[in-house]
Design a protein around this ligand. Structure first.
Ligand code: F6R
Length: 341
């Protein structure tokens, strides 16, 4: 069965609903895997991910769940930090392959002599890196909707580079499907959650591996529902944001706590006490928690759920969740003076 062919790339909801399937469609080619093994022969001092927007998320989610002695950094900019030297591995991710920040930082890394890998569906990036170090993604998706496809390339690449035990994403996908069936029982239906968000500004708050999930949720509400949203990190919020609770009700801000079954006792206490203090000031935070066996499963399950909430919110508000007109206008205006790439 050609699962990819069945996904309607013009319909954001069908792409989001196919999240578990998309997570298991692509696998790294033998050639690409061999190049990773070759790169591993030299001592890897660090892994540097390059990419913007929807193409950066997979690296941020991966960074959140992979524990390693080797530093993993994510660069969302035109250039790479000075400490990224030849002995670092570069993974450049651009769905379109034409994002100037990613292309320019990749070229800088190439100049330094670092071993570079590319994950892209085409564009200029297709020819930046030798084909045995390029993973080619299927075309036709909005980059943010391609998250499971990109993740299923980024995650095993980093896993292999670090010599980690292989996690079968098919098993994770099967779990995600089970969780999807629990929408409406264990957790309210995404459409009901979206209805609750109408007229409010969510602040998604996550700890550890759920911090990038909070960031993804903010981006999805921005891009799909064309609505304002923010994200923050616990315990950091306990040292600043908590003081602004006085303005939450007036500004229609609603904290959404992404709770983890893997929280430490102290983090759970912090979330609970923060919740109570917010309530004392007339603000009712909402918690999202999903049963999961691993941090990876939890990361993807909450991402999947909130992706769907963002699409439902777009539908309720009456905006098109696919088009990102302002992003396109900006890219076009910049392209009129594109000597840089
Ligand atoms: C659009 C989206 C954007 C892009 C970003 C970078 O769906 O998610 O955030 O991801 O503008 O473009 P690419 O991903 O093509 O490098």
């Amino acid at each position: 069965m050609n699962l990819l062919g069945e996904i309607d790339r013009t319909d954001m909801q069908s792409m989001v609903d196919a999240f578990p399937e998309m997570l298991q469609i692509t696998t790294l080619t033998q050639e690409f895997r061999q190049s990773i093994q070759l790169a591993k022969k030299d001592n890897i001092e660090g892994i540097c991910l390059l990419g913007m927007g929807g193409s950066a998320i997979s690296g941020l989610l991966t960074k959140g769940v992979i524990h390693s002695d080797v530093p993993i950094i994510s660069v969302r900019n035109y250039s790479i930090p000075k400490f990224v030297k030849q002995s670092w591995i570069i993974i450049a991710v651009s769905y379109s392959g034409n994002t100037e920040e990613t292309l320019l930082s990749l070229r800088e890394a190439k100049k330094k002599g670092s071993t570079c890998f590319a994950i892209t569906s085409g564009g200029k990036m297709r020819t930046e890196v030798p084909s045995n170090r390029t993973h080619v993604l299927p075309k036709g998706f909005q980059p943010r909707a391609a998250l499971p496809l990109i993740f299923s390339a980024v995650f095993p690449t980093i896993e292999l580079l670090l010599g980690k035990e292989h996690i079968d994403l098919k098993l994770i996908a099967a779990q995600l499907k089970k969780t999807q069936k629990q929408w409406g029982t264990e957790i309210r239906k995404p459409e009901d959650f979206a209805q609750f968000l109408v007229g409010k500004i969510p602040i998604f708050t996550g700890w550890s591996h759920l911090f990038p999930v909070a960031y993804r949720a903010k981006c999805q509400i921005n891009e799909n529902a064309k609505a304002a949203a923010f994200y923050s990190e616990l315990p950091e919020v306990n040292h600043n944001e908590i003081e602004s609770v006085l303005t939450f009700t007036e500004k229609k801000l609603v904290p959404i706590f992404l709770r983890s079954v893997h929280e430490t006792r102290r983090i759970s206490q912090r979330f609970d006490i923060t919740h109570d203090i917010y309530k004392d000031y007339g603000c009712e935070p909402v918690s999202i928690k999903l049963r999961s066996q691993s941090k990876l499963e939890e990361t993807l399950a909450i991402t999947h759920y909130l992706d769907r909430v963002s699409v439902n919110l777009a539908n309720i508000i009456g905006v098109d969740p696919i088009n990102v007109d302002r992003i396109q206008i900006l890219k076009k205006r910049l392209a009129s003076d594109n000597e840089t790439i």
